[in-house]
Design a binder for this molecule. Sequence first.
Ligand code: ZN
Length: 366
Amino acid sequence: MNFADVRYPIETPPAPGKTIEVAPGVRWLQMPLPFSLNHINLYLIEDGDGWAIVDTGIRDEGVQETWEEIFANEMDGKPVTKVIVTHMHPDHIGNAGWLCRRWDVELFISRTEFYHSRGVMAEQDRGFSKVAMRFYHRSGLDQKVMDEIRDAGTGNYKRTTELLPFGYRRLLDGDTLRLGDRDWEVITGSGHSPEHVCLYARDLDVLISGDQVLPRITSNVSVHPMEPEENPMKFWIASHHKFKGLPSTAYVLPAHNRPFYGLHDRLDYLIHHHEDRMEALEEACMEGQIAVDLLPVLFERELDSFQMMLAIGECYAHLHCLMDRGRMERTIGEDGIYRFRTAGAARTEPHDEAEHDRPDDAPMMV
Ligand SMILES: [Zn+2]
């Protein structure tokens, strides 16, 4: 399995302030992002006498100005009818509040994503709580990086996200959302965020996938201090199997990179990728290891403190999944740092030694 299994029908993304029609009644646009990821894909869906927006870009003056250009030039003079958000990360939800107020329309989102976002926005402890610092200390992170993480707190999220509307319209797995004369099925996944919404139009065989399925980069799957014993990898892998229930022919409109074909191949690759990383962690933990020393097993690049925070979360995600499967044991030392050791003295099953390509920019944290 490699990246050749993914096909991109469109070579050149839309220019800033422009859209490209990617399916009947569906237009693709991009907004800039201030990190290495550099852009997010957003979509407009024809909705009767107007347009429903799917995802919104981070809160930023330049992004809002670009939205105004889209309103003026790319929507045939019609208004916005709905704001739909796939999940609570700032590049997706950042302008939702502004757009809902700008057009006096409702926000459509899953319940967990709505309240999770509201919870982070309401966080008062800019210095992060003792709970968070204990969480990172247990990984073995050095004090300097912990200080930087503590000082940032939840400030980055608040800076890049507008206040949400008071109310919202709940999107629930299995629902059908009627937009114009077309039905879109609501399908949720979990792992990258808790209740991530995707939309599938069966008559078009088009899936708007957000960060749930990306063609090239690997979505971040992290344990967070807020829920330090969670097992998101279990749900992430289960979600990939669930999305394989859609046709392999689906045209996938993702939040990063370009629209693509190859849904099943990509899902198989991602499942294999995480299983492979977990096997690598098992091999690295035969003698017992602390989490921070396991980061090179998962990440080839140098990491800054923000990336380090996500990387520790991702490392825990793989380790917790192994613990849940009875393949990893955890103890805590007198220094308050966890040691992870592979369960059992020897493997009982041979494992797949096949190497596969990894994208040179992976894993990217979205
Ligand atoms: Zn995301």
